[in-house]
Design a protein. Structure first.
Length: 272
């Protein structure tokens, strides 16, 4: 079995201000997660604002260095203690999808230039193969290369731009996509397109997804595993069905109770 995601005693402390008036904020407190599987998985990290979800995503994306501990993706140490892959190799393993697709692309650059750059620089494809790759990933997210070519970000809706971000992230065929609140800036009516896309891409590209969200309902809908965070610590972790049908921690129960329909659904499942 592969170690899809493992964190060992992961800690991150942000220091604000300078001595003697500095304040330490412990964003991650001894975070230990182990997910082993032969199949790709969708792991949701849920919790209220400030619980440390984004910091966890940033450590895994190597955007912040942990204060202690380490993170392993697909059997390779990628952050903290241990050997780490070079940047180019890392980008072929782990790709980000950010919250705001409008910030992911400059309004002065055509959208296809971003995809082309990823195909030629990260995946190191020649021009003809890069165009083929762009056609393939765009079609996987329900778009056509001919409709994207030469256009600028402001010619797309937020939902379309986020699908293009996902397409771009797929070009290197990464082991894992790290998506931090990927639908929160998108029109409510279009959110499920992205969520359903994650489910289908997991199979089509054999890609695992780390889905960071405060939305337990979508987490429940797509996850194989759920990690519940509160104040920098993991308070509950396990298979999604198990965590949501039989929450052990008071905080998870509180989160669940804030979504009445979901709670009723799980109570029905439990009673069947
Ligand atoms: N760059 C930073 N410098 C200082 N403190 C930070 C920094 N980034 C995050 N924090 C603090 O670390 C804690 C965890 O923040 P983090 O953004 O990881 O949580 P979150 O669960 O993702 O919240 P949200 O859902 O609001 O994004 C918070 O107290 C936050 O204020």
């Amino acid at each position: 079995m592969k170690t899809i995601l493992k964190t060992e005693h992961l800690n991150k402390t942000y220091r604000l201000g300078s001595f003697p008036r500095n304040v330490d904020i412990q964003a991650l407190k001894d975070v230990n997660i182990t997910i082993e599987s032969d199949e790709p998985v969708i792991v949701s990290v849920v919790g209220e604002s400030g619980s440390g979800k984004t910091t966890l995503a940033k450590v895994i994306l190597r955007l912040v260095e942990p204060t202690a501990g380490k993170a392993i993706i697909y059997d390779q140490p990628i952050a903290g203690e241990g050997a780490k892959p070079a940047r180019a190799d890392f980008l072929s393993m782990v790709q980000p999808i950010f919250q705001n697709p409008f910030e992911a692309f400059s309004r002065y650059r055509t959208i296809d230039s971003y995809l082309y750059e990823t195909a030629t620089r990260v995946k190191r494809l020649n021009k003809a193969r890069a165009i083929e790759a762009m056609e393939e990933v765009l079609s996987s997210v329900g778009l056509e290369y001919k409709d994207v070519r030469g256009k600028y970000p402001n010619q797309f809706s937020g939902g379309e731009l986020q699908r293009i971000s996902v397409a771009r992230a797929l070009i290197p065929n990464p082991n894992i996509l790290v998506a931090d609140e990927p639908v929160s800036m998108i029109d409510a009516s279009r959110r499920m397109i992205i969520i359903n896309l994650f489910r289908s891409l997991k199979q089509e590209y054999q890609t695992s997804i780390l889905y960071i969200t405060h939305d337990l309902a979508t987490a429940y809908y797509i996850s194989d595993y759920i990690v519940v965070m509160n104040k920098g610590s993991i308070v509950e972790f396990g298979k999604a069905r198990q965590v949501l049908s039989d929450p052990q921690h008071a905080y998870t129960r509180l989160l669940l109770s804030s979504i009445p329909t979901l709670k009723q659904k799980w109570e029905r499942v439990r009673n069947d």
